[in-house]
Design a protein around this ligand. Sequence first.
Ligand code: ADP
Length: 474
Amino acid sequence: MSFAPSEGLRPRWFRRFGVGLNAWYTLVLTTGLVVTYLMVVLLARYAVERADEQILLAKLEEYRSRLDAAPLSDPTRELPVSLLSVEDEAFLLQVFDESGTRLFVHLPDAALAAVSGVRAAPSSGEPHAWTRIRGGRDGRLWTLVTTEITGGRRLQLGMSSAHSDELVRRLRETLLIGFGPLLILGLLGGAYLTRRAQRPIQDLFRVMRAIEVSGDLRARAEQRATGDELDELIALFNRLMSKQERLVTAMRESLDNVAHDLRTPLTRLRGSAETALAGEAGPDTLRDALADCLEEADRVGGMLETLMDISEARSGAVVLAKSRFALDTIAREAVDLYEYVAEDRGIEVTCALEPGVEVVADRMRLFRAVANLLDNALKYTPSGRGVRVLVRSAGEVAEIEVADEGPGIEAEDEARIWERLYRADKSRSEVGLGLGLSFVKAIVEAHGGAVGVVSEPGEGARFIVKVPAAPAGS
Ligand code: ADP
């Protein structure tokens, strides 16, 4: 015998699956954070730029009203710095006359001189002309707005991006400080969740390997009662294993039982043959011995068939040939089948068969179950007494009852009569294998039904079979 080399309880694909899951998660999380960071920064920059423009416009209007009020005779004299009060280092102010000559200039930064000649004029219809230039000591971005004031002069106001740069820089820092721990926390959480998600699969894998190695079908994977798909998979695996275990156990049991049960008839068969061969037997004795052998062989055959039927039904491996039919039809057929037996034994069989009590069931097998019950009733009821067969519906359940006026069943036997090969002491005088009731029980239960007995010893027994009624109309 050879075994596949063990690869350990955690195979390579499994580890790769976990790593892959984690890598994907890391990629998605990091990309998400980077995209969020970029969007927030871009939005913030856009917002502060729009705010800067509003400030520029407000200031521009303020200066325009001052200059409009100033006399035009000598523009240079009329524009002292104090009038315009441009104190802020972030602002640039220039006034040009209509020929483009600079009448006034305020440059907060000498390096701005290089770009201070910009004199954009608002295009016709537009009140303002906007220009953006990079310049000055630190090469900041300047936003310039130019407008026309009285006397054809042009007023230009500029504002550096110093304030907004600072604001955006702080926002960036805050985001980075916040996102760093968030990323680490997310990655750790992701790794933990991946491990947790993998655990049930690992458990399942371990159990499968254990079953593969030991062949012990009793092993089950632990369910976590979360109700998710993995839990359903584990439940399904466990159910399949239970079915498999029942099947194998039933096969083992029936093999044991068949071996055990066949021993007696085979010994008898052998005995008959040996006796016939031993002496100087005449043709009649030999014929009798052969007839005995034939009878025993039939008995063995019948026994094997019933044993196999019971095992099949009990292991859940039976394939029911279901059809829709009314219960009274099989009850009537069973009564007809046993008509002569009843007559022969002097037993009156009466029927109360409610018509139209439909079931979806294996007609042949259910018929055999009813016939078995009737066979028992006729077998154990003394001559001159009666047997009743009833069919009725009780809501969603269809019932067949076989009631006799025989000896009934002792309380201590009530649970055991359903066991295979069990025969109550009183019944030893009757012919039987002790297989009938276990066959009835196995078949009825395979249909999702139940069979029970109500009995008063000495008064008779009522065997009641309940199976689900067919759904109306379908
Ligand atoms: P068998 O009838 O071949 O012995 P069964 O499995 O049909 O096997 O029945 C098991 C036992 O249950 C019988 O041996 C008998 O003791 C008891 N039993 C079954 N049916 C009846 C009945 N109608 N009345 C009294 N006892 C019964």
